[in-house]
Design a binder for this molecule. Structure first.
Ligand code: ADP
Length: 373
């Protein structure tokens, strides 16, 4: 019995995969969308889950169900067997992730009701970053307020950062516990993590996934005073500013396009906004590489993953160009080779290995789920 059913439940969707642990492959999977939307025939997550289970069929020998949960706050540093108390804690943490945790919970409740006989495990996006020390996760604001409202850096994409960094160690043939690495997870959402001996020691996302790199629609780092300025001078209220920074900023805000492929094409055709957006995107990445190099006190590997990181050789080259003084170099032929495999793209003998490692969050969730049951 080596199959784990992985569920990623969003507010109007359920993504699912049946992962075979022995082969590390997905046996089946899919996506149910438009749950509860007008005109949709799927009223709620209970109905959605029933459709998923019908698809899955009877008589499957499933070891456990692994649920992706976005925010584990400071409560969850490891994958956790779900009972009613754990459900209640995930619910309580909705304050920190109002869009995500309630949606994750709908999936958990529907799946536990439909599959009561098998263990359900929560795997948190924040868990890998619970190793951050106070110096890295504390915001320099009123300490009492911060404690009361759980305000600190948490970090996200943890499942991906852990998976690709372990894969990178395997590809390099070196012990994970001895490597200093910087992982660039560059998808629609994007984050960078410094990993020292298998422990996350710093990461660019914060209290929420808004902080850090320039993303498809999120601003990443800004001076917090921009918020007051927008309120006082542009007449926006807090919800409008939230929407602006989370959904109308980043590449979209700078260019009107949120897909990096479109931005890149426009830049190639001479669109000045698009070219500037690429420069800002690159500048921010290099800012973090320098900072994390210093925090780590050395560097063995830089790893690219997610949509942009896995697929775009030109942007990888652009991101790391001119960093030879740090020992970071990219071999053009290796970089341009298209592949679905984890691979090294730095030249032989380079001080810092540069790798492309396709992420597989479902496999990582399945593995972590199995480790608990
Ligand atoms: P998510 O962050 O939603 O999980 P992914 O990691 O799959 O998404 O990344 C999706 C994003 O990757 C898309 O929005 C697209 O902009 C970008 N992307 C995918 N392929 C390429 C490519 N070849 N060049 C540039 N960007 C790409």
């Amino acid at each position: 019995m080596t199959q784990v059913f992985v569920v990623n439940s969003g507010s109007s969707s359920i993504k699912y995969q049946l992962v075979d642990l022995e082969s590390g492959t997905s046996v089946m999977g899919g996506l149910i969308e438009r749950i509860g939307e007008p005109g949709s025939f799927i009223a709620d997550h209970v109905e959605g889950m029933q459709i998923v289970l019908d698809e899955l069929g009877e008589g499957r020998d499933i070891l456990a169900v692994g649920h992706r949960v976005v925010h584990g706050g400071s409560a969850f540093a490891v994958p956790t067997l779900i009972d009613d108390a754990v459900e209640a804690e995930i619910d309580r943490l909705s304050e920190l992730a109002p869009l995500h945790n309630p949606a994750n919970l709908l999936g958990i409740r529907a799946a536990r009701a439909a599959l009561p006989g098998i263990p359900h495990v929560a795997v948190f996006d924040t868990a890998f970053h619970q190793s951050l020390l106070p110096a890295a996760y504390t915001y320099a604001i009123d300490a009492e307020l911060a404690r009361t409202h759980q305000i600190r850096r948490y970090g996200f994409h943890g499942t991906s950062h852990k998976f690709v960094s372990e894969e990178a160690a395997r590809v390099l043939g070196k012990p994970y516990a001895e490597l200093k690495m910087i992982v660039l997870h560059l998808g629609n959402g994007a984050s960078v993590t410094a990993i020292d001996g298998g422990q996350s020691v710093d990461t660019s996302m914060g209290l929420t996934p808004l902080q850090g790199l320039v993303m498809g629609t999120r601003s990443g780092d800004i001076d917090p005073a921009v918020v007051f300025h927008l309120k006082r001078h542009a007449g926006l209220d807090v919800d409008e500013i939230d929407t602006l920074l989370n959904r109308k900023s980043g590449l979209l805000g700078l260019t009107g396009m949120n897909d990096m492929r479109d931005v890149q094409e426009a830049a190639q055709q001479g669109n000045a906004d698009a070219e500037l957006a690429l420069q800002v995107w690159r500048h921010r990445i290099r800012h973090y590489i320098g900072a994390y190099y210093a925090q780590l006190g050395g560097l063995d590997a830089v790893i690219f993953t997610a949509g942009i990181g896995e697929n775009n050789a030109l942007l990888r080259r652009r991101a790391l160009g001119g960093l030879a003084h740090l020992g970071i170099r990219v071999d053009d032929d290796r970089n341009e080779l298209m592949s679905r495999e984890a691979r090294v793209i730095s030249p032989d003998g380079a001080r810092v290995a540069v790798l492309v490692v396709p992420t597989n969050e479902e496999l990582e969730i399945a593995r972590q789920t199995a480790s608990v049951v």
